[in-house]
Design a protein around this ligand. Structure first.
Ligand SMILES: Cc1cc2nc3c(=O)[nH]c(=O)nc-3n(C[C@H](O)[C@H](O)[C@H](O)COP(=O)(O)OP(=O)(O)OC[C@H]3O[C@@H](n4cnc5c(N)ncnc54)[C@H](O)[C@@H]3O)c2cc1C
Length: 275
């Protein structure tokens, strides 16, 4: 493991200032959220920052209900979301996602949705679901704040929209009356997903793990399962070859063939969920 300094800012402002100071000293900062991905990478020497900025004491761990949205701080973990009555009642898609996170209580209490979004792994749970939820990402730096739709924030496989000195302070999840269903395909209970499908009805299924970024599939009005299969197949045909996702779990052709059925399962689950 390389050596690095670690700071524990006490607020979002302090975190922004810590990042600014590292960059001003020509250092390479690494933001750590729950650390479930970042810390093992540091231990293996895959990441070699001069400075770690740990968000664990920033107080960005609140879930707030506003008039039209639920806002979650960057440090909100999966277990907090599972335990939240607001999330259970108003954001069933997010609740279903959190209920399926593997790794036991350590990962559920430590891993954050913001961390998963920043990591931008195509096959992980959060990306497609956040796109389906029309999530907006609060990005902070010492100089500015901006809000970016999750769909634009995810720029590619393990590639996000953050510039130097920026970090994610929170995520806004708009509330609506749409029915939601989340399903993932994996080899075994503890495996990473091969692919994910997040349905928001009427009108939308978003697929994860089939391309470098989530694929949005718009459904026709009063869609049937057959419509979902056809819409997914057509959308996948239009994914450019350089954007199609393959990894050690499955190649693109397998993903393309199973995607319509996984999408239909999410669609059926959503149909059975109250709006
Ligand atoms: C045993 C195990 C099981 C797992 N199971 C699942 C699973 O079922 N589904 C799944 O999707 N994932 C799973 N994961 C992966 C991972 O734990 C989660 O996706 C988690 O949500 C990552 O969040 P984190 O806060 O720990 O991120 P971190 O490890 O802190 O960070 C991940 C990356 O994001 C950056 N980052 C983190 N927060 C911010 C921020 N606020 N602003 C800017 N950059 C930031 C870091 O610099 C780093 O590059 C698992 C991991 C393990 C070890």
């Amino acid at each position: 493991m390389s050596t690095f300094r670690t700071s524990f800012p006490r607020s979002a402002d302090e975190a922004a200032d810590a990042l600014r100071r590292v960059l001003a000293a020509n250092g390479t900062p690494l933001v750590v959220g729950g650390g479930t991905l970042a810390v093992p990478s540091l231990s293996r020497g895959e990441l070699t920052p001069t400075d770690v900025v740990d968000l664990g004491r920033t107080g960005l761990d609140r879930i707030e209900l506003t008039t039209h949205a639920v806002e979650i701080g960057a440090q909100v973990n999966y277990q907090q979301l599972l335990d939240s009555p607001v999330v259970t009642a108003r954001l069933p898609l997010l609740h279903q996602l959190c209920a399926g996170i593997t790794g036991g209580i350590q990962i559920r209490h430590q891993g954050t949705v913001a961390g998963a979004l920043c990591a931008a792994r195509p096959f992980s749970d959060a990306p497609a679901a956040l796109v389906a939820l029309d999530a907006q990402v609060f990005v902070r730096s010492a100089d500015a704040s901006r809000i970016v739709p999750a769909e634009k924030f995810l720029r590619g496989a393990e590639e996000n929209d953050l510039g130097p000195g920026e970090f994610v302070a929170g995520i806004r999840l708009p509330l609506g009356e749409r029915r939601a269903g989340y399903v993932k395909l994996k080899f075994a209970e503890s495996s990473w997903p091969i692919m994910t499908a997040a349905a928001m009805l009427p009108g939308l299924v978003v697929l994860g793990g089939v391309a470098r970024v989530p694929v949005r599939v718009v459904l026709p009005p009063r869609a049937t399962a057959a419509d979902v299969r056809a819409a997914v197949a057509a959308s996948l045909e239009s994914v450019p070859s350089g954007h199609r996702w393959s990894d050690l779990r499955a190649g693109w052709d397998y993903r393309r063939r199973v995607a319509p059925e996984i999408a239909v399962r999410a669609f059926i689950r959503a149909e059975g969920t109250p709006a």
